[in-house]
Design a protein around this ligand. Structure first.
Ligand SMILES: [Zn+2]
Length: 247
C-alpha cells in the first residue's frame, strides 16, 4: 500500500509541476499537452513517466537536446515522500484525502512563491473552499472549527498587515486562512508563529551581514507553508516540545 501511495505521489507531483509552471502564466493546465518549452516537442507517454523519464532521457529533450530542469523529478520525488508521510500519520481515508490535497496545495504555493513572489487566489481561496467542504465529512473537525480556523488565522495576519502597514502580503493572509480551513485555528495560528521563527532564522545571516535591511521584501509564504505542514503532521509532538522547552 505504501508503494501505491508513493506512485500516486509521483504522478500527482508530475501534475503539480505543470500547475507550478503554467498557473502563474495564466495558461491552461490541461491544454496543450506537456511539451518541451524550447522546441515544442510533445512528450510521448513514455516521457511522461515521473522521475524515470528524466533518468532515461538523461535530463535532456529527445528532440533538441535542451536541458530539462532537475527540479521536475525532485518535486515528483518530494511529493511522493510527502504522500507517504500523510499515509503513515493519517488513518482515516477522508482525512488522508484532505491531507494529500492540503499538502499538494502547500507544495505548489511554495514553488510559485519562490518563482514569482505571488500566492495565486485560485490556490489559496480555492483551497480554502475545499478545506471548508471537507470539514462536513471529516470525523476529526467540524465545520465551525474549520471556519474558526479561517477567521483566526486570516484575522491575525490581517491585523499584523494592518498594523505594519503592508509588511505582510495579501497572499500570505489568504494562504493561512486556507491552512485554517484544513487544520483549524490552533494549528493555523501556531504555524504562523513557527513560520515566523523559521523565516527569521533563515534570514539571520542576511540581517547580520547587513544585506537584508528593514526595506527588503522577504518571501514569507514558503516558511509559512513549511510550518503548516510540520504542524499538520506532528502537532502533538511540536506542542509537547514547546511545553518542555518553555514551560
Ligand atoms: Zn526540445
Amino acid at each position: 500500500m505504501i508503494f501505491l501511495i508513493f506512485v500516486l505521489g509521483l504522478i500527482i507531483g508530475s501534475f503539480l509541476n505543470v500547475v507550478i509552471y503554467r498557473l502563474p502564466k495564466k495558461e491552461s493546465i490541461v491544454y496543450p499537452a506537456s511539451h518541451c518549452p524550447n522546441c515544442g516537442h510533445e512528450l510521448t507517454p513514455l516521457e511522461l513517466i515521473p522521475v524515470f523519464s528524466y533518468i532515461f532521457l538523461r535530463g535532456k529533450c529527445k528532440d533538441c537536446g535542451e536541458k530539462i530542469s532537475i527540479r521536475y523529478p525532485i518535486i515528483e520525488l518530494f511529493t511522493g515522500i510527502i504522500f507517504i508521510i500523510n499515509y503513515i500519520y493519517l488513518s482515516d481515508l477522508i482525512i488522508l484525502s484532505a491531507g494529500l490535497i492540503f499538502s499538494s496545495l502547500l507544495i505548489v504555493l511554495t514553488m510559485i512563491d519562490f518563482d514569482h513572489q505571488i500566492l495565486p487566489d485560485k490556490l489559496t481561496l480555492g483551497g480554502l473552499g475545499v478545506g471548508l467542504i471537507f470539514s462536513f465529512f471529516r470525523s476529526d473537525i467540524s465545520f465551525l472549527f474549520s471556519l474558526s480556523g479561517v477567521i483566526a488565522a486570516g484575522g491575525l495576519l490581517f491585523s499584523i498587515a494592518y498594523l505594519s502597514k503592508g509588511g505582510m502580503g495579501g497572499g500570505d493572509i489568504k494562504m493561512m486562512a486556507m491552512v485554517g480551513s484544513f487544520a483549524g485555528p490552533i494549528i493555523a495560528v501556531s504555524s504562523i508563529f513557527l513560520g515566523a521563527v523559521i523565516a527569521l532564522i533563515a534570514h539571520l545571516p542576511g540581517i547580520v551581514s547587513g544585506k537584508t535591511g528593514m526595506k527588503t521584501k522577504l518571501p514569507f509564504g514558503p516558511f509559512l507553508a513549511l510550518a503548516s505542514f510540520l504542524f499538520w503532521i506532528w502537532s502533538e509532538n511540536l506542542f509537547n516540545l514547546y511545553i518542555n522547552l518553555f514551560l
